[in-house]
Ligand binder design. Structure first.
Ligand code: 13P
Length: 258
């Protein structure tokens, strides 16, 4: 089985740098224990407040060879007046390699449209970062494939084949994200069905499909192995469980045993 990609989306946690250091310390200790047998690569996406410090920690010790720095968002433009935003150029200077684009919390809670997501995706590509493009339906009904097709068409509008092939797709059904009201758990079968729909849509429109597919609908130590034992699921995007250090180490140890 090829190496799985584990992306930690810390969202607005932890609230202090000391806690963030605590999470990374424990993971570093675990990586030391694992020695040569690492079946995964890691990306940490902290809040902007800690991104510079986390970037420095990721360049040390065992984390240096296994973990990369990611951002949770990026400004639509590089050089303009945009209060509160962080530009791709700024992120690049801090060593950010990956950027989460179009997370459902930004789409649905903050009203980020597909058009804005498309601009952010172009910004990440322009700044030489690997975009982790989130997509997923709000409801699992008979229209879910149509929904995904529209989301893909709008989100990737104007990208070249080469640019599309540089993207990572994170399938995160909104109805499975634990912090959303009425959330309920997904199954690997339904995730595989959606990933297959996404691949078909890419093939139909662009005659190619991105190579890496993550699953992100509330991954934890109880379900991670079920999703990742599927060859077509190349990794996971972990929310809440990635800031709980014991839980995250448990996830990594389960991935090591796949
Ligand atoms: P939780 O894992 O906290 O449910 O969040 C999922 C998610 O949004 C990952 O990006």
């Amino acid at each position: 089985m090829s190496k799985k990609l584990i992306v930690a989306n810390w969202k607005m946690l932890p609230t202090t740098l000391a806690e963030a250091e605590g999470v990374l310390d424990l993971i570093n200790d675990y990586l030391e224990l694992l020695n040569e047998k690492k079946e995964f690569s890691l990306v940490f996406c902290p809040s902007f407040v800690f991104i510079e410090e986390v970037g420095k920690i990721l360049k040390t010790s065992h984390l240096e060879h296994e973990a990369e720095l990611g951002a949770q968002d990026i400004a639509v433009e590089d050089e303009t007046a945009l209060t509160g935003e962080v530009s791709g150029a700024m992120l690049q200077k801090l060593g950010v390699r990956y950027v989460i684009i179009g997370h459902s919390e930004r789409r649905w809670k903050l009203g980020e449209s597909d058009q804005v997501v498309n601009q952010k995706l172009k910004s990440a590509i322009r700044n030489d970062m690997v975009p982790i493009v989130c997509m997923g339906e709000r409801e699992r009904d008979e229209n879910f494939s149509k929904f995904l097709e529209k989301q893909i068409t709008n989100t990737f509008e104007g990208l070249t084949s080469d640019e599309i092939s540089r993207c990572i797709i994170a399938y995160e059904p909104v109805w499975a994200i634990s912090t959303n009201p009425g959330a309920h758990s997904d199954t690997p079968q339904s995730a595989l069905e959606s990933i297959s729909v996404i691949k078909e849509v890419f093939s139909k429109i662009y005659h190619l499909s991105p190579k890496t597919y993550l699953y992100g609908g509330s991954v934890n130590s109880k379900n991670v192995a079920n999703f990742l034992k599927e060859e077509e699921i190349n990794g996971v995007l972990v929310g809440g469980a990635s800031v709980n250090k014991e839980e995250f180490v448990k996830i990594l140890s389960l991935v090591s045993k796949l």
